[in-house]
Design a protein around this ligand. Structure first.
Ligand code: 5GP
Ligand code: MG
Ligand code: MG
Length: 195
C-alpha cells in the first residue's frame, strides 16, 4: 500500500511483486463503505446483496459483517458469470454460470463486485437485474480500474481506484490462484511466463 494506514504492506508471498492495497487499508475501507451504505439504506425494509462469484466472496463476507455492525441487516445471494476465464483480458462475452436462487422483484439490490475493469460484465449484469424487476439496483466494488471510469456504468460505491495493472488477492485470481491472499497485489512477471 501507500502507507496511508501507517502500516508497512510487504508481500509475504514469493510471487507478489508489490502490494497495491494492504489488508489494513481493505478493512478500513470496508468499514467506511458499510457505514455509508447503512445510512443510505436506513429507510428500507430489506437489502439484498448479490455477490458475483468467485472474486467477490471475500469482500462479500467482510462487507456483510461490516453492514451488520453498522445496524444494517442484509440478505445474501450469489451469481456466477463467465468473464475472463484464465485470460487476463476481457472477452466481452457474458454467460450465466449460476443464476439467482430467488425472485428479486421489488427488492433493493446491491451488486457486490470485486473489481470493475472494462465494465462489460457489470453493464450486462445491471441490465439483467433490471429485467428481473428489482426496485433499485446499485453497485459496490472494492476496486476500480481506469477503463471503468470511461465507460458509462453506474457504480455508486467504490473502494479504491487502482492503476491499470492486473492484480490478484482478496478473492481475485490468476488461473484460480492467489484468491486467499489478504491483500491486493501485482504478480511478478515471471509468474506469467512460467505458464
Ligand atoms: P470487466 O468486465 O469489468 O472488464 O471485468 C470483469 C471481471 O474481470 C472481474 O470481475 C474480474 O473477475 C476480472 N478482472 C478484471 N480485472 C482484473 C484484475 O486486475 N485481476 C483479476 N484477477 N481479475 C480481473
Ligand atoms: Mg467480478
Ligand atoms: Mg478471474
Amino acid at each position: 500500500g501507500k502507507g496511508t494506514s501507517g502500516t508497512t504492506a510487504v508481500a509475504d508471498h514469493a510471487d507478489i511483486e508489490r502490494v497495491v492495497v494492504s489488508d489494513d487499508e481493505i478493512s478500513a475501507k470496508i468499514d467506511e463503505l458499510a457505514k455509508q451504505v447503512a445510512a443510505d439504506y436506513a429507510d428500507v425494509d430489506s437489502v439484498l446483496l448479490v455477490g458475483v462469484l468467485k472474486g467477490a466472496v471475500m469482500f462479500m463476507a467482510d462487507f456483510a459483517r461490516a453492514l451488520g455492525r453498522h445496524g444494517r441487516p442484509v440478505e445474501l445471494e450469489f451469481m456466477a458469470v463467465s468473464s475472463y476465464g484464465q485470460r487476463t483480458t476481457s472477452s466481452g462475452v457474458v454467460r450465466i454460470l449460476k443464476d439467482l436462487d430467488r425472485d428479486i422483484e421489488g427488492r433493493h439490490v446491491i451488486v457486490v463486485e470485486d473489481i470493475v475493469d472494462s465494465g462489460l460484465t457489470l453493464n450486462w449484469l445491471l441490465k439483467y437485474l433490471a429485467s428481473r424487476s428489482a426496485a433499485t439496483v446499485e453497485v459496490v466494488t472494492l476496486v476500480r480500474k481506469p477503463e471503468a471510469v470511461k465507460v458509462d456504468v453506474k457504480v455508486r460505491y467504490v473502494g479504491f481506484d487502482i492503476p491499470n495493472e492486473f492484480v490478484v488477492g482478496y478473492g481475485l485470481d490468476y488461473a484460480e490462484r492467489y484468491r486467499e491472499l489478504p491483500y491486493i497485489g501485482v504478480l511478478r512477471p515471471a509468474v506469467y511466463s512460467r505458464g
